[in-house]
Design a protein around this ligand. Structure first.
Ligand code: HEC
Length: 199
């Protein structure tokens, strides 16, 4: 856990409550959609930023093998914390997953496939996002996660022998290798419950 978790969470709660106050106040659908979209972006930004900081610190301290634990424990822990603070289900998923717990739901798989098509058509992975408010289902948001140079240490083609051995031990069904920098690695997902909709 980083030193200033409480501060970060408090700031986040403040940001989210400002963003979602439009919903609580019962404004129209458009305003509510917009508030959830903006809150989704903020939750995703926090997730990405904290994970990257933890990952870099862990690699500096214990090398890539030591950092595997950050992804294994911190990624789900940060996701749980942000979910509780934001009132939405925050997670990561991908077309090829390392952890079966991150297997995409059918709608997430469709969005990931569309992200891949859009990248093939020349759109940069960085800006790819998706937002919808299906009838009776709250709201759903996804944001593409591109593979960066750091990521190939554990998700690339030529993993160091110790990294490969550690991953194999923890994730016997690992399908999340073979990525190159610039590939679509996966996506963040934020799912809002139906009751967060404006009345
Ligand atoms: C030190 C090794 C390591 C590095 C470096 C690393 N990851 Fe991972 N990654 C993992 C592990 C371990 C998991 C499984 C986490 C879990 O159990 O939820 C994972 C899971 C993921 C997932 C969730 C989907 C899945 O495959 O289960 C995404 C998305 C992801 N990583 C993206 C990235 C990106 C983007 C980077 C570069 C910024 C990166 N990873 C760098 C080890 C690593």
């Amino acid at each position: 856990m980083p030193r200033n978790v409480t501060g970060v969470v408090l700031m986040l709660i403040a940001a989210i409550s400002v963003l979602t106050s439009g919903i609580a106040a019962g404004r129209g659908d458009a305003a509510a959609e917009d508030a959830r979209l903006r809150a989704s972006r903020e939750l995703t930004r926090q997730f990405q930023q904290r994970l990257k900081a933890e990952l870099e610190a862990a690699i500096a301290q214990g090398g890539p093998v030591g950092a595997i634990g950050v992804c294994r424990e911190q990624a789900p822990a940060i996701a749980r914390e942000l979910s509780a603070a934001g009132g939405a289900r925050v997670s990561r998923t991908a077309l090829r997953v390392r952890d079966p717990a991150n297997t995409p739901q059918p709608w997430q798989r469709d969005v990931l496939l569309r992200f891949q098509e859009r990248m093939a058509a020349g759109e940069p992975a960085d800006g790819l996002e998706y937002f919808e408010t299906p009838a009776g289902e709250g709201a759903r948001y996804m944001k593409a996660i591109p593979t960066g140079p750091l990521c190939v240490t554990c998700h690339g083609n030529n993993l160091a022998a110790d990294v490969q051995a550690a991953l194999r031990g923890m994730y016997p069904e690992d399908a999340a290798t073979g990525f190159a920098a610039g590939d679509l690695r996966g996506a963040f997902s934020v799912v809002w419950p139906e009751e967060s909709e404006a009345p």
